[in-house]
Ligand binder design. Structure first.
Ligand SMILES: Cc1cc2nc3c(=O)[nH]c(=O)nc-3n(C[C@H](O)[C@H](O)[C@H](O)COP(=O)(O)OP(=O)(O)OC[C@H]3O[C@@H](n4cnc5c(N)ncnc54)[C@H](O)[C@@H]3O)c2cc1C
Length: 571
């Protein structure tokens, strides 16, 4: 058991957490801690393949941050906050050059400038990349930068349990040291959550790392911080059929086609201009519609359509999509150089997250608590994120949050003594380990995955969502009877999985309820009983706040549409 004192504690060692920590640590007098439940280089940022967006204009000089912003707002189905989007798009080019100077090995054009590829929903090729391993190289470069700062300490394999939330704001975090099983208290003037997404609530079909369980969102929710726009989940069109593992949008960006069982490029019926490079929500719905109407290959959960890359040729595939080729061979048994690859949509990204009040600071309604990266909802992605806009979001808002903290830390004064938080956490963990229930983590998790995929997936309606909410509430109750079979404290992964499941169930209920109350279709939220977007009643953000006894309160706040008026979304 230990108590530590820092100025800033960042929870999360992915792209968002590392960027925030590096930038705060520019001020050498600020002591920073990074807490991560996995070794930082294993964070999900490392799995990002396709790239990140910035209007550098290297391929088409007409591109501009304004065009990037417009594409983002349109892609978001007009639910994004427009000043925040503009801020991100304006800052994006400078961030790319910063990464370049830090040593990220970006792919290049013939003349040596940074290359850019076309991506879904973008008017010009603007996605900066390193073959199809962009997240990997960014994460490792950021980690090296963080290691080189003397005023950053790492708490690797420490699991966030609670936030020290006092009357006057957040004052630190309580963590479980996974290796020793001990509870630690990290006191700080400011806490930054950068804990990533929660698309693992779709346990049966997701591109996400098994650790993407939304712990930061769930912990924030439990201390009373609202979650925003949780109904908006992104389903990526091209997951491998058997496993849901991602094949990057870069496949289509580099010229791949989607074919149904008749060999038709069916996207011509759904998005005649953009074809396969329409935004993800549209392409995913098109694929599912083809399957439902019998033009997929096979039936039921195993049905799929085909992603054809064969015409790109072996040389281009090896140069631009080497990881994609390997993933298809290893996990689907198909070499894309020789044959089209079976694919189907898969849960990928969470547009919603912890409510951020001001995009310039990333502060939440709880003073001293900040949220950046996928766990946050700023909101720049609205109802549907464009591919390549998450990595850039992490970096832009991570830096902005850090810049604010560097100058304003004195405003967040006293540390709490926090002993009571250690005691509470200790009691909770020992009672969980010693409990003699008869429920199993694996069973509850599987049931959760079936409900989320079947009832609140790509298509939803009133009855499917009601049923989802009720069944998830039952699972949430049953979690209290979970038995942790491993009774030891050292590296107890059984215990960690139980804690993660609790967090996922907490969030899955919020998704179901928020989706049930949004009686319209917009972006990733597609209601079969309300197939049209309804700006009159639903051009607003959902805020979900935790009440007593499992009750969730929903409120709504306006969307910033100060620059572009909503219009019909055609591609
Ligand atoms: C397969 C895949 C490919 C993608 N490709 C792209 C792409 O090409 N372009 C793009 O823009 N976006 C892409 N995305 C989305 C993007 O990669 C993610 O949104 C982004 O990397 C999230 O970064 P993050 O720093 O917010 O979180 P993560 O990188 O997920 O990091 C989360 C961190 O929080 C820590 N953490 C979580 N819970 C706890 C806890 N309880 N206690 C302590 N620490 C905790 C973890 O240890 C980890 O360090 C992709 C996503 C996936 C899944």
């Amino acid at each position: 058991m230990g108590t530590y004192k820092y100025d800033v504690v960042v929870v999360g060692g992915g792209g968002a957490g590392l960027m925030t920590a590096i930038e705060v640590a520019e001020n050498k007098s600020i002591k920073v801690a990074i807490v991560s439940k996995v070794y930082p280089t294993r964070s999900h940022t490392g799995a990002a393949q396709g790239g990140l967006n910035a209007a550098l204009g290297h391929v088409r000089s007409e591109d501009s941050p304004e065009m990037h912003a417009y594409d983002t707002v349109k892609g978001a189905d007009f639910l994004a906050d427009q000043e925040a989007v503009f801020f991100m798009c304006k800052q994006a080019p400078e961030i790319i050059y910063r990464l370049d100077r830090w040593g990220v090995p970006f792919s290049r054009l013939e003349d040596g400038r940074i290359a850019q590829r076309p991506f879904g929903g973008a008017s010009f090729p603007r996605t900066v990349y390193s073959a199809d391993k962009t997240g990997h190289v960014i994460l490792h470069t950021l980690f090296e930068q963080a290691l080189s700062r003397d005023n950053i300490d790492f708490f690797n394999e420490h699991f966030l349990l609670d936030i020290v939330a006092e009357e006057d704001g957040a004052k630190g975090v309580v963590t479980l040291d996974i290796r020793s099983g001990e509870i630690n208290l990290l006191l700080a003037r400011a806490v930054v959550l950068a804990t990533g997404g929660f698309a693992r609530i779709y346990w049966s079909r997701s591109t996400n790392a098994v650790g993407n369980t939304g712990d930061g969102q769930a912990v924030a929710f439990r201390v009373g911080v609202p979650l925003k726009d949780m109904e908006f989940i992104q389903f990526h069109p091209t997951g491998l059929a058997k496993t849901g593992i991602l094949l990057s949008e870069a496949c289509r960006g580099e010229g791949g086609y989607l074919l149904n069982s008749r060999g038709e490029r069916f996207m011509s019926r759904y998005a005649p201009d953009k074809m396969e490079l329409a935004p993800r929500d549209m392409v995913s719905r098109a694929i599912e519609t083809e399957i439902r109407e019998g033009r997929g290959v096979g039936e039921g959960i195993n049905a799929y359509i085909l992603l054809d890359l064969t015409h790109l040729g072996e040389e281009k595939i090896n140069k631009k999509l080497p990881q994609v080729r390997q993933l298809a061979i290893d996990f689907e048994g198909v070499d894309p150089v020789e044959k089209p690859v079976p694919i189907r949509p898969t849960a990928h990204y969470c547009m919603g997250g912890i409510h951020v009040v001001d995009y310039r600071t990333s502060e939440t309604p709880l003073k001293g608590l900040f949220a950046v990266g996928e766990c946050a909802c700023v909101s720049v992605h609205g109802a549907n994120r464009l591919g390549g806009n998450s990595l850039i979001e992490l970096l832009v808002f991570g830096k902005a949050c850090a810049d604010y903290l560097k100058d304003n830390l004195s405003y967040y004064k006293d540390y709490s003594n926090g002993e009571v938080y250690i005691k509470k956490a200790e009691e909770f963990i020992s009672s969980l380990i010693n409990r003699e229930g008869n429920e199993r983590v694996a069973n509850l998790r599987r049931e959760m995955g079936e409900i989320t995929w079947n009832n609140m997936g790509i298509f939803r309606d009133e009855s499917s969502l009601k049923e989802a909410y009720e069944k998830l509430t039952e699972l949430y109750e049953r979690w209290n009877y979970i038995r942790v079979a491993d009774k030891s404290r050292i590296f107890n992964t059984n215990l960690i999985e139980a804690l993660e499941l609790r967090n996922m169930l907490e969030l899955a209920r919020v998704v179901a309820l928020s989706a049930l109350n949004r009686k319209e279709s917009r972006g990733g939220h597609s209601r079969e009983d309300y197939p049209k977007r309804d700006d009159k009643n639903f051009l607003k953000h959902t805020l979900a706040t935790k009440g007593e006894n499992g009750y969730i309160r929903l409120d709504y706040i306006p969307v910033d549409v100060s620059r572009y008026s909503p219009e019909e979304r055609k591609y």
